[in-house]
Design a protein around this ligand. Structure first.
Ligand SMILES: Nc1nc2c(c(=O)[nH]1)N[C@H]1C(S)=C(S)[C@@H](COP(=O)(O)O)O[C@H]1N2
Ligand SMILES: [Mo]
Length: 198
């Protein structure tokens, strides 16, 4: 009888350990995700030297495209340049981060048309476009947004703000008709990547 009880206690203890350990792992994962999220939520203030290291003099258009492009401010100036009035950068929090009277840039749509997305017939439309910065901040667009929606006429790669070269890199991806324009305002722009949904 005593041995039976002993085995029972052993088994109960064993199951308790088995049930608790994955829970602990899960808790640890959640807390590290939380830490990451808090870091991501910050608006980092870099020294001028460090922010200079993030600047790219050209952006690469790559992925599922016929022509990989390397675009500079000069090459954008040779494309169809648009002037935008009153462009505010508003953070998800509602805070106005930037208030530009005029900006100059080129439609992302025109850039993608130049790069030619590799489409296999007219039903092959499930592509997403990533605008990525050197700090790995990124924003995503869909094929339909750019080519079959008014957003396509409002998504630009900017190179000039208020008559001056843009700050924080040489080119910035923006979407003028977003409700909060901060999230898809990608400065230190490094690449525009086209991928097909698998
Ligand atoms: N490369 C890069 N672009 C970015 C961010 C960033 O951290 N890195 N922050 C975004 C956020 S959260 C906002 S609100 C706007 C304005 O941010 P700023 O105040 O850092 O200029 O830029 C966006 N673009
Ligand atoms: Mo933000």
């Amino acid at each position: 009888m005593k041995i039976k009880n002993f085995i029972l206690i052993l088994l109960t203890a064993f199951f308790c350990v088995m049930c608790n350990s994955p829970k602990k792992d899960k808790e640890q994962i959640i807390s590290s995700e939380k830490a990451l999220k808090t870091d991501n939520d910050k608006h980092p203030v870099l020294t001028p030297e460090d922010s200079l290291k993030m600047v790219n003099h050209s952006i690469e258009v790559k992925g599922d495209v016929e022509n990989t492009l390397n675009l500079t401010v000069d090459s954008l100036k040779k494309m169809k340049v648009a002037t935008l009035d009153d462009f505010k950068v508003v953070c998800q929090s509602g805070e106005v981060k930037k208030d530009n009277k005029v900006c100059k840039g080129v439609l992302l749509k025109d850039i993608l048309e130049k790069a030619k997305i590799k489409q296999n017939g007219h039903k092959d439309r499930n592509f997403y476009i990533v605008a990525r910065a050197s700090d790995d901040y990124k924003a995503t667009f869909s094929w339909a947004e750019i080519f079959n929606n008014p957003t396509g006429e409002n998504t630009y790669i900017l190179f000039e703000e208020n008559g001056k070269p843009v700050k924080n890199g040489e080119m910035i991806a923006i979407c003028k008709n977003d409700i909060k324009t901060g999230p898809r305002h990608v400065y230190w722009l490094k690449s525009i990547e086209v991928y097909k949904v698998k």
